[in-house]
Write a protein that binds this ligand. Structure first.
Ligand SMILES: *Cc1c(COP(=O)(O)O)cnc(C)c1O
Length: 469
């Protein structure tokens, strides 16, 4: 399988190189040159497979030529073996034909584990084969950091540095990062906000001289391997609900457009999906595009669903590329315009094409709390605020009551106690068994000033399993 850039000017890469690449050299994102397509009979034959075996069948074409089948199978069995629920991604019914796909049974209780548990293992496998080491520098406002550290903690060939804004992530989120020890794990609290952290990561990619030749790898959702891993659970859910003979709809709590883009790919690979709902919080750039064909940056608002607090959705470029007939020059033009502060609309027929599949809704904090309370009252299920936004959007935007509606349950409510408390649900939140002593564990973290040079000096001092690069 070969991968090409959405801006058309970077060299095509194989899977191994795309795994290690991050952004393409032309500023674009990598996508498969040709998407695999499965027949209905083939998909139907996968009904009842354990999650890791389904994962093998769905993802195999993407890694072909880079990872032999037997090795890939073993990696997948290990990856999904760490999830605490036997079904890995169980469905729970909320209402007639309405289901939550629980994606929070991984080590850090959010769906990001599906991709990052795999990414860590794939990196280690590929690096071992090449005899190389890499450094990961990532920024987090919460969920990504802990999932990335959990995914890489056993990697022999990876040193991981995660920057989070000092005193600005929740205690559960902080402890999920800082209580993981290992000579290759480095938590850095920056005396600044999330944007400061992200700027430092970007600057480090732009000028990597401080790494003395060691390669820098991206773990945010621009990494193709993350998208790839997320395609699998769309197939998994549909097969449980009568697919592919029957079509299914999904509502997806959305920030960077990574998770829902995986659903779009599942459909293009042959899975009958009727409707994809983009559910956003008050940071609603995607809703403004889907409802009014305006892609324009606005100020950032802090909400009760912090993992969806974004101004710009990086993976949206991957959808735009398809909407423009895979014309890289057109995308480079749009993005240039956007960068100058212009924002953009797309031609009417392209927008209409997108709207055949996508609907959207923006949900504010008050509605989020109302939905948590309502669902708790109706079913006894406690939703996290991100999932609640998905439920609200599903109920508002649903096209057909005959088609099963699956809401992606992106996080466990225990990660977001503020929202649950504000919703007025009088249920005590309990950490799952593997995290029950989280509040007693020792923490390890280095506080650094909001200064790029200081951070880069720290990385080069500790980037080789705690020793200098
Ligand atoms: C990351 C995250 C999202 C948003 O996913 P995207 O792929 O960025 O759209 C939604 N909910 C939770 C809990 C998350 O951690």
């Amino acid at each position: 399988m070969r991968y090409i850039s959405t801006r058309g000017q970077a060299p095509a890469l194989n899977f191994e190189d795309v795994l290690l690449a991050g952004l393409a050299t032309d500023g674009g994102l990598y996508v498969p040159e040709n998407l695999p397509r499965f027949t209905q009979e083939e998909i139907a034959s996968w009904a009842g497979l354990p999650y890791h075996e389904l994962a093998f069948r769905v993802m195999r074409p993407f890694v072909s030529g880079s990872i032999p089948d037997a090795d890939f199978k073993k990696i997948l069995e290990e990856t999904y073996g760490v999830f605490s629920h036997n079904a890995v991604a169980p469905l729970r019914q909320l209402n007639g034909n309405e289901w939550v796909l629980e994606l929070f049974h991984g080590p850090t209780l959010a769906f990001k584990d599906f991709a990052l548990q795999l990414l860590g293992r794939l990196l280690d496998y590929v690096l071992e084969k090449r005899g190389e080491r890499v450094v990961i520098v990532g920024a987090t406002s919460g969920d990504t950091g802990s999932a990335a550290i959990e995914g890489c903690k056993h990697c022999e060939n990876v040193d991981i540095f995660i920057l989070h804004p000092h005193n600005r992530v929740s205690e559960v989120q902080r402890r999920q990062m800082t209580t993981l020890f290992g000579e290759n794990i480095h938590n850095i609290a920056i005396e600044g906000n999330f944007d400061d952290c992200q700027e430092m990561v970007k600057a480090s990619f732009a000028d990597q001289s401080f790494l003395k030749g060691t390669r820098l790898v991206a773990v945010n959702s621009i990494n193709w391997a993350r998208i790839m891993a997320q395609i699998v659970y769309y197939f998994h859910a549909a097969l449980q609900l009568g697919g592919p003979a029957r079509s299914v709809s999904f509502s997806v709590p959305t920030g960077n457009f990574g998770d829902i883009f995986a659903g779009y790919l599942a459909r293009n690979m042959g899975l009958p999906i009727n409707q994809l709902i983009v559910a956003t919080n008050r940071n609603d750039i995607l809703h403004r595009f889907m409802s009014g064909n305006q892609y324009v940056k606005e100020t950032l608002h802090a909400t009760l669903s912090p993992s969806m607090d974004i101004m710009v959705s990086s993976n949206f470029e991957r959808l735009l590329f398809d909407l423009h007939g895979r014309n890289g020059a057109a995308i480079a033009g749009l993005m240039d315009n956007f960068k100058q502060g212009g924002g953009f609309s797309v031609e009417q027929e392209r927008w209409t094409e997108a709207r055949k599949l996508f609907d959207s809704l923006a949900v504010d904090d008050a509605q989020t709390c109302e939905t948590i309370a309502e669902v708790y009252e109706q079913t006894g299920e406690l939703l996290d605020p991100h999932t609640a936004i998905g439920v609200k959007a599903a109920r508002e935007c649903r096209r057909s009551l005959d088609i099963p509606m699956v809401i992606l349950g992106t996080a466990h409510p225990v990660k977001f106690p503020d929202a649950v408390e504000k919703a007025g649900v009088g249920k005590a939140l309990e950490l799952p068994a593997h995290l029950s002593d989280l509040f007693e564990r020792d923490e390890r973290c280095t506080v650094l000033p909001n200064d790029l040079k200081a951070v880069q000096a720290f990385v080069s001092q500790h980037g080789n399993r705690g020793k200098p690069l």
